[in-house]
Ligand binder design. Structure first.
Ligand code: NAP
Length: 244
């Protein structure tokens, strides 16, 4: 790979890609949104904070004294705004862009999965349950604010109000184990799990625990990807694309 690479990050895959590129001697700048107080940092250059919309990212791609040969959008599958901005700014500047997005989860025998399109629909699907385990992340929790039953809300950093009135907040960062997820669900009497279809192994243990306990899982479908942007699922494929 020759030329500088901008990696839009905030995921384990983005950190792995930056590490592999730096190890290969490439010039890498990773970009983080700055949402998490103490994020794990990738090797190489790091910048933190929004660019200022499509115009800001376009200016960053155009105006940097060390031009970028390529952008890899390795943001989370649900970071749809950043992904759309990357597509628009790359098109405006003629910068090659790749989307690195891990595959979504696939149900196995014994799973009771219920798909919805939005967090609001996920919250509605909690009706009648005794205790929901809400693992959709700190952002968007307002959708669950009307949940009257007890629930467990897990996030990396403390969530801001509004929260469900009877929420127990658990602050933790993956990777999680099946035994740990099982214990947490049993301790709180969880009878439904809510998650985004984030994919990957770091947070998949709750799905196994739910299957073992016979607990249903409500999954929020991923937002669509921008048209015309090549997509790969693994760091290896991203490296191959960069080295093409
Ligand atoms: P988002 O809604 O798509 O983006 C909102 C704004 O945040 C963007 O317009 C951009 O601000 C800024 N931003 C997002 N990602 C950025 C990055 N990597 N570098 C610089 N600025 C970034 O994003 P989000 O869902 O809030 O996610 C924020 C970050 O958390 C992402 O890096 C994502 O990978 C990570 N993350 C998200 C989730 C999730 O469930 N959404 C889960 C785990 C990790 P400007 O318009 O000012 O450029």
């Amino acid at each position: 790979m020759t030329g500088r690479v901008l990696v839009l990050g905030g995921t384990a895959e983005a950190r792995q890609l930056a590490a592999r590129l730096v190890a290969a001697g490439a010039d890498v700048l990773s970009s983080l949104a700055g949402r998490v107080a103490d994020p794990p940092l990738p090797p190489g250059g790091v910048r933190v904070g929004g660019f200022g919309g499509v115009a800001g990212l376009t200016a960053a791609l155009d105006g940097d004294p060390r031009p970028f040969a390529a952008v890899v959008d390795a943001t989370h599958p649900f970071a749809a705004t950043m992904t759309a901005h990357a597509a628009a700014a790359a098109a405006a500047t003629g910068t090659p862009l790749l989307r690195l997005q891990r595959p979504g989860w696939t149900a196995r025998p014994g799973d009771d999965w219920r798909w919805v399109d939005t967090l609001e629909q996920a919250a509605a699907a909690m009706t009648g349950h005794r205790c929901a385990f809400v693992t959709t992340g700190r952002q968007g929790l307002a959708a669950f604010a009307g949940l009257a039953a007890p629930c467990v809300v897990r996030s990396v950093d403390p969530p801001a109000p509004p929260l469900p009135p009877r929420a127990t907040v658990v602050l933790d960062r993956g990777p999680f184990t099946v035994a740990g997820e099982r214990a947490l669900m049993v301790a709180h009497g969880v009878d439904v799990v809510v998650t985004k279809d984030s994919g990957g192994s770091m947070t998949a243990a709750k799905l196994t625990a739910a299957r073992e306990l016979g607990v249903p899982v409500v999954l929020v479908r991923r937002p669509p990807l921008p048209a015309g942007v090549p997509v790969v699922a693994t760091v290896e494929e991203a490296l191959a694309w960069l080295g093409r």
